[in-house]
Design a protein around this ligand. Structure first.
Ligand SMILES: *[C@@H]1O[C@H](CO)[C@@H](O)[C@H](O)[C@H]1NC(C)=O
Length: 184
């Protein structure tokens, strides 16, 4: 009898998904071009529907090897959502592209995607390098924040993701999200 209780409790604990205390919604996606050439194209990506799911296509025009390509992520926060943005301390400085995908993409984006279903972008793991060239799609995706940090600022957060090749900006994407307390 006691064992049954223990097993039931263990089952229960396993089934409780640690829900984040916040909800993230997409506000805006804004692609930008590189300084002299653009090698990453995000202008086919939109937010659609009432839930503002991510949808559309993006392109990497060549494969991106770890020696040449870097990515930086600048983060800005507007706690009152009034457009008064302050730089956050959690920035990702210019980092070799494969390292950046293994850390940033794997934690923040990949959990939201189902390979072969909501995206054709390959699954990124320890061995993913270079980042392959290709035409990719994302189908109606909302952020799954399971693996996101517990502490994130509320309000509007803007991430400026810039790709570099040979030290030059070759394009990128500005992602603006709204982060609110989860209503329980
Ligand atoms: C989603 O993206 C696909 C592929 O780019 C496009 O064909 C489709 O019309 C988009 N859906 C909406 C609702 O915009």
């Amino acid at each position: 009898m006691r064992w049954i209780v223990v097993i039931l409790l263990l089952n229960l604990l396993q089934n409780i998904k640690c829900e984040q205390s916040y909800v993230v919604s997409n506000e805006k996606l804004e692609p930008f071009e590189g300084d002299s050439e653009t090698l990453v194209i995000f202008d086919g990506l939109k937010t659609v529907g009432r839930e503002r799911a991510l949808n559309g296509s993006f392109k990497f025009l060549g494969e991106m090897n770890n020696d040449d390509f870097k990515v930086s992520v600048e983060l800005y926060s507007s706690p009152n959502g009034d457009g008064d943005f302050k730089r956050m301390v959690m920035d990702v400085p210019q980092t070799s592209i494969c390292e950046c995908f293994k850390k940033f993409y794997v934690q923040f984006v990949q959990p939201s995607l189902k390979q072969g279903e909501t995206t054709n972008f390959p699954i990124v793991d320890e061995d993913t390098c270079p980042i392959p060239e290709g035409d990719y799609y994302i189908k109606n995706v909302l952020f799954n924040t399971e693996d996101w940090p517990q502490q994130v600022p509320r309000g509007i957060v803007k991430a400026i993701v810039t790709f570099f090749s040979g030290g030059k900006n070759v394009g990128g994407l500005i992602v603006v999200v709204k982060i609110e307390d989860r209503q329980s």
